[in-house]
Design a protein around this ligand. Structure first.
Ligand SMILES: [Mg+2]
Length: 349
């Protein structure tokens, strides 16, 4: 399951501190440099954190990252927002050797017949989601079809909020170590966190409740939001359907209000316009497609952090090119906490 360094036996090891201000007081780094086959002189550097955690961090372009970090830090926390995917980004990929569940597949309806029906939809549509032969516009239609059929089954099956609570309580799902610290830090600095998910907002909220045991003023969930009737049964969904292919800041306009009763809680004023003014972005995702979450936002500087949780050998090259910082092997969130702390460390006057 783990990725091993001997896959890089062609790379010369040297010792180097690429971000001394940020990391050197806590971690030691080793960087592997290689000139790729002599022809392409682009330098690839891999930063390996050797500390109490043995997580691997890959930074494809340390100079660019350094520039982005300086720009964001200089602009200060008032200009920053964090956009995060939920499943396998904020949550762990592996839990005690088992694959962690997603916010969607942890849900168990009272009537098990409906779980079977939803699974059948998954079996049919999931391969289509990853079929490279299907054009994007056609695929988007298929995804809407899948999501709407699934939502219809949840309504028809009479899903209750109680079932959501029970499903989350029994689920194999956990946040990465450091997620709570990250949210706390960003709350303290007044930096909003948008969790974008094509899953179900009510489930994500329940996972936060049960696993973190507190709410955060700065955390907003942009996802499919349910409406329950007076008996606690699912009646409908609010707003437009958010699926895997339209999960971006346009979704802010499509989705239901982030919270119905949050105006007095958030201290962020008019949230949407306030978010548009925050033109620096720290983006967290576990799929290259997650980079699209900042589409619709006219950002100035974006640092993207990727989590490559599994099958590292197959995807390393594309992921390290796509993300500014790439964590391998289902890493913790501690490196991101340090990064965010650094980015927010220069208070504006
Ligand atoms: Mg994900």
């Amino acid at each position: 399951m783990g990725y091993r360094l001997h896959h890089y036996n062609h790379i010369l090891p040297i010792y180097y501190h690429p971000f001394p201000r940020l990391f050197s007081f806590r971690f030691n780094f080793r960087v592997w440099c290689c000139s790729q086959s002599g022809k392409n002189q682009a330098q690839m550097e891999q930063v390996v954190v050797n500390g109490s955690e043995s997580h691997l961090v890959v930074v494809d372009n340390p100079n660019l990252l350094q520039k982005k970090m300086s720009a964001i830090r200089l602009a200060g926390p008032a200009k920053l927002q964090v956009i995060a995917d939920f499943d396998a980004t904020l949550t762990k990929y592996w839990i005690d050797g088992c694959r962690g569940q997603s916010s969607h597949n942890l849900l168990q309806q009272e009537d098990p017949e409906y779980n079977v029906k939803r699974q059948k939809l998954y079996d049919y549509y999931h391969p289509l989601e990853f079929d490279p032969a299907i054009p994007l516009d056609k695929k988007a239609k298929l995804m809407v079809e899948w999501w709407e059929k699934t939502h219809a089954l949840l309504i028809e099956g009479g899903l209750t909020y109680n079932a959501i609570q029970n499903s989350v309580a029994k689920a194999t799902i956990a946040f990465r170590d450091g997620v709570t610290e990250l949210f706390e830090l960003l709350e303290e600095k007044g930096v909003p966190v948008l969790i974008f998910s094509a899953g179900l907002a009510d489930i994500i909220e329940e996972v936060l409740k049960q696993k973190v045991h507190r709410s955060f003023k700065n955390v907003r969930i942009v996802s499919n939001k349910m409406v329950f009737d007076e008996n606690g049964r699912l009646q409908s969904f609010k707003g437009k359907t958010i699926h895997v292919l339209n999960k971006n800041e346009h979704a802010l306009d499509m989705a239901a209000p982030l919270h119905d009763h949050c105006d007095d809680l958030n201290g962020l004023g008019d949230e949407k316009s306030s978010l548009k003014k925050r033109t620096n972005v720290l983006l967290l995702g576990d799929h290259i497609g997650d980079l699209g979450m900042s589409d619709g936002l006219d950002y100035e500087t974006r640092i993207s952090v990727g989590f490559l949780n599994d099958k590292v050998e197959n995807s390393l090259e594309s992921y390290q090119k796509a993300f500014d910082i790439l964590y391998l092997n289902d890493s913790s969130m501690h490196g991101v906490v340090k990064l965010a702390s650094h980015l927010c460390s220069m208070e504006s006057n």
